[in-house]
Design a protein around this ligand. Structure first.
Ligand code: ZN
Length: 185
């Protein structure tokens, strides 16, 4: 994706250097348009493949209903969020849920990264803090902790039906966890 973006920028620069109304400018504009199309197809391809794979291989998929608009306002996040084509991806998640008859749930994003997935206490952290370290002894990668919270939220939304046995229990923190780098061992 980044590579394609570089190419886009380059062609945009080339276009702006061409004289207005010239044939070369028209050609450059066409090339740029083609590149844009190619990049958007690439993005769509990726969203479809990833969503299909995730839904097909799981009984339950829970995702965070991110407020993409708000996140794009945060300049640190803007790039990766709009890049990821997050809303496009979630649209495909919902689509494949119907196709493969799986459960896909969106949950509210509140506290998913701040709360401890093991004990529920709020552990404040800034975006640059990549590790969740709770007084209860739970030490997890920030994203893993958030993922566990999201999963727990999703499971409480759909209720515990039999098909969820394969999912990770909420209190798995610390035991046999390859992300745990400390804790009370
Ligand atoms: Zn805790």
């Amino acid at each position: 994706m980044r590579k394609a973006e570089k190419a886009l920028k380059r062609q945009q620069r080339r276009l702006s250097k061409k004289q207005k109304g010239s044939k070369n400018r028209a050609k450059a504009r066409k090339r740029l348009a083609r590149k844009h199309l190619q990049v958007s197809r690439q993005r769509k391809d990726h969203a479809v493949k990833a969503a299909r794979c995730v839904v097909k291989s799981h009984d339950l998929v829970v995702y965070e209903k991110l407020q993409v608009k708000n996140m794009v306002k945060n300049h640190h996040l803007a790039k990766s969020i709009s890049d990821a084509g997050w809303s496009q991806f979630t649209t495909w998640l919902e689509y494949f849920a119907k196709v493969f008859k799986r459960t896909v749930v969106a949950v509210a994003p509140q506290y998913t990264s701040q709360a401890c997935s093991s004990c529920g206490v709020i552990v404040k952290k800034s975006l640059s803090t990549r590790t969740h370290t709770c007084p209860c002894g739970c030490v997890l990668d920030r994203d893993v902790n958030a993922a566990l919270n999201i999963l727990a939220k999703g499971r409480s939304t759909v209720g515990h039906t039999g098909s969820m046995g394969r999912c990770r229990p909420r209190n798995a923190c610390g035991e046999s966890n390859r992300y745990a780098s400390g804790g009370n061992s």
